[in-house]
Design a protein around this ligand. Structure first.
Ligand code: PRP
Ligand code: URA
Length: 208
């Protein structure tokens, strides 16, 4: 499946501020949330609607609704939690699962430390959230966990993606649609996205 990259002047503007090393923790969090909301709109672009009757002060008309019960958001801890605020503004009643993974700094391999999913997740479409898609190891492992629990439809929303990460997801999970607000250039020798934004978790939580 071809990745979808948001190509919009306002996104380029916001990503540029987000990346800057001089951006404060407060502004960083706000931008992550705002860009996540826009990514979420994009991800629901072709979703099915049910029709119903709406009465305006003037006339009856056809209304359309999305069944929020059919979806679950699953952030990859920690940094993915920073996206929850934004996506909940789009779909406030969707259920939320969690996957705890961190990258071993030497091997860059993901290590799982937690997972908890809403009941009936196997019948929901899962919107997986992680601001950084670097080697793709964490994303791929998270998708495998979801599939082991019976999830059949998954979209992966990232804010900055490296070409290496996109290729990894496409190779391991060709059925998963990847969205990214920004496609960056490459990974450096430590597995960081270049130019990237540094360590997303540390910048969201102010831990470094
Ligand atoms: C970051 C990021 C992704 C992962 C991406 O998390 O939030 O989960 O790295 O890298 P990958 O594509 O090479 O796997 P990190 O491991 O730093 O954990 P944190 O969110 O707890 O800071
Ligand atoms: N994780 C991050 O937080 N940033 C990167 O550039 C790569 C992985």
């Amino acid at each position: 499946m071809k990745e979808i990259i948001l190509n919009h002047p306002m996104i380029k503007h916001k990503i540029s501020v987000l990346r800057s090393k001089d951006t404060s923790t407060k502004e960083f969090r706000e931008l992550i949330s705002e860009i996540s909301m826009i990514l979420c709109y994009e991800a629901f672009k072709n979703e099915e609607l049910t029709e119903y009757e709406v009465e305006t002060p003037i006339a009856k008309t056809t209304g359309y609704k999305i069944d929020e019960n059919n979806y679950a958001f699953v952030p990859i801890l920690r940094a993915g939690m920073g996206m929850i605020d934004g996506v909940l503004r789009v779909m406030p009643t969707a259920k939320i699962g969690h996957i705890g993974l961190y990258r071993n700094e030497e091997t860059l391999e993901p290590v799982k430390y937690f997972s908890k999913f809403p009941k009936g997740i196997e019948n929901k479409e899962v919107i997986l959230l992680d601001p950084m898609l670097a080697t793709g190891g964490s994303g791929s492992a998270a998708i495998t966990l979801l599939k082991q629990d019976g999830v059949k439809k998954i979209k992966f929303l990232s804010i900055i993606a490296a070409p290496e990460g996109i290729e990894r997801i496409k190779k391991d999970h060709p059925d998963v649609q990847v969205y990214a607000a920004q496609l960056d250039d490459h990974l450096n020798e430590n597995g960081y996205i270049v130019p990237g934004l540094g360590d997303a978790g540390d910048r969201i939580y102010g831990t470094k």
